[in-house]
Design a protein around this ligand. Structure first.
Ligand SMILES: C[S@@+](CC[C@H](N)C(=O)[O-])C[C@H]1O[C@@H](n2cnc3c(N)ncnc32)[C@H](O)[C@@H]1O
Length: 440
């Protein structure tokens, strides 16, 4: 498994912010469906119950924030490293791409009230902060939802807490926006500093991962210490499904609740393994549970340094807001395998009673839609094609797949076929639906 250890050293000097290449849009949307949560483990860190993990706690001399006993993994002979943490002057930026800095966005002032849109503590590598703060649009306020509040946080049987719609929400509607409580590198290895290379020689890969997690815990401890108190309380109240794998308590929360932020990355481009991107934890958004029939999606805006949570289909009042922690266009067995590291079994109808039809639809819809796109672009359009596509659309709606990129693509193809066949009434029906989904 290639994972960019100390990938910060690959960062070029004075990088300017570059959005992902335009032709990556479809890939981005696909990835948005793919494990947006618990991005830190990404299958590479241990999960579940890990025996003989070392039980090496961070001693109080390295701990700023928390009293009381807790332990993390790491071999017994491992000494926690000493790291100089934060920027001395918040108006200055680190230039060394290997330097880990803990900062606050927007900065806080002793003699001024907190920003009404909130503050994020950001564990950031070297020059990356400068490229965000130096953007022409920085710093905008968060977008505000229109209409009355649309959600509430409640307990859900067998899921802990969850978020529910308190009124009907239309597809495309901004349900809420928030600044993350914490943003941290997806890849933990920079947090072990340059010593990581030596450590990898001395310890086994499993021991090395435990050390990495311990070092990360130390940074998180510092980050929590500089957080506004309300944010710290909110962070500590979040779920933690990583209590027995060697993650410290703060890392456990990060691993359980992180959203990958693919447009916030070190260096000029996102690398092949997406190991130079960041992950964010939010107060409300991190309470959103998983479903294989998702109805909400998130996006991160660099100008406001905040997440927006947007309805991906019409959501009736009372329905739980969910997104998918794994790709939805795969079989129930594959989804179950993907979800294993989150420590729960999905009980949505397609997982509770998987059928061959559901598996077939989920695994075949994307290639079918891509093939249809190619055929239609070559001028193949007739009534039979139209009917087959409409039938596929109906099946995808029944299966709860309207939030997928494939469904959006399908809508566009059907619309194009209507135009090609001169089907005026149908054309305006699909145009209307495309507009509803923000596709036109
Ligand atoms: C980001 S948190 C979601 C909010 C969480 N339920 C809470 O109480 O804060 C992710 C954790 O919630 C639980 N969870 C999420 N979706 C679930 C589902 N469909 N079924 C059971 N548990 C779920 C799992 O423990 C998962 O690791």
């Amino acid at each position: 498994m290639k994972r960019g250890f100390l990938n910060g050293s690959k960062v070029k000097k004075n990088p300017l912010y570059e959005p992902p290449p335009a032709n990556d849009t479809a890939k981005e949307a696909i990835h948005d469906q793919k494990a947006p949560q618990a991005t830190l483990d990404d299958g590479k860190l241990p999960y579940g119950k890990v025996e003989n993990r070392g039980e090496r706690a961070i001693s109080s001399k390295h701990r700023l924030n928390f009293e009381g006993s807790w332990s993390a993994g790491a071999p017994k002979d491992y000494e926690v490293s000493k790291v100089a943490y934060t920027e001395i002057d918040p108006t200055m930026f680190a230039t060394n791409p290997d330097q880990v800095v803990v900062t606050t966005i927007p900065r806080t002032y002793l003699d001024k009230p907190f920003d009404p849109d909130g503050h994020s503590v950001w564990i950031v590598l070297g020059p990356t902060k400068a490229k965000v703060v130096g953007r022409p649009g920085y710093l905008k306020g968060l977008p505000k939802p229109s209409g009355p509040p649309a959600y509430e946080v409640k307990t859900v049987p067998n899921m802990g807490m969850g978020i529910f719609a308190t009124r009907d929400i239309a597809v495309g509607e901004l349900v809420f926006a928030e600044r993350p409580l914490l943003v941290a590198p997806l890849d933990l290895s920079p947090m072990a500093g340059k010593s990581a290379i030596k450590l990898r020689d001395k310890y086994t890969p499993d021991e090395f991962k435990q050390i990495l997690m311990l070092e990360c815990e130390k940074h998180l401890d510092f980050a929590l210490a500089v957080m506004p108190p309300e944010n710290r309380q909110a962070y500590l109240a979040l779920a933690n499904d990583h209590k027995e794998d060697g993650s410290g308590p703060l890392l456990g929360i990060l691993r359980t609740n992180g959203y990958m932020i693919k447009n916030l990355f070190d260096g000029p481009n996102v690398d092949e393994w997406q190991s130079n991107v960041y992950t964010g934890i939010t107060n409300v958004g991190s309470r959103i549970n998983h479903s294989c029939k998702p109805n909400i999606a998130h996006k991160f805006d660099l100008d406001s340094f905040g997440f927006s949570f947007i309805a991906k289909r019409d959501i009736p009042s009372g329905e739980q807001l969910c997104y998918s922690y794994c790709p939805v266009e795969q079989s129930a067995a594959d989804r179950k395998a993907d979800l294993a590291r989150y420590g729960f079994a999905c009980t949505c109808p397609s997982c509770a009673n998987p059928t061959p039809e559901s598996d077939k639809l989920r695994t075949e819809c994307r290639p079918k839609i891509l093939a249809a796109a190619v055929a239609v672009s070559r001028g193949v359009a007739n009534k039979a094609v139209f009917e087959a596509l409409v039938d596929l659309k109906k099946q995808m709606v029944e299966e709860g797949l309207e939030a997928t990129d494939s469904y959006h693509k399908l809508l566009k193809i059907i619309f194009t076929v209507c135009v090609m066949l001169g089907m005026t009434d149908e054309k305006s029906t699909y145009l209307k639906e495309m507009k509803k989904y923000g596709l036109y």
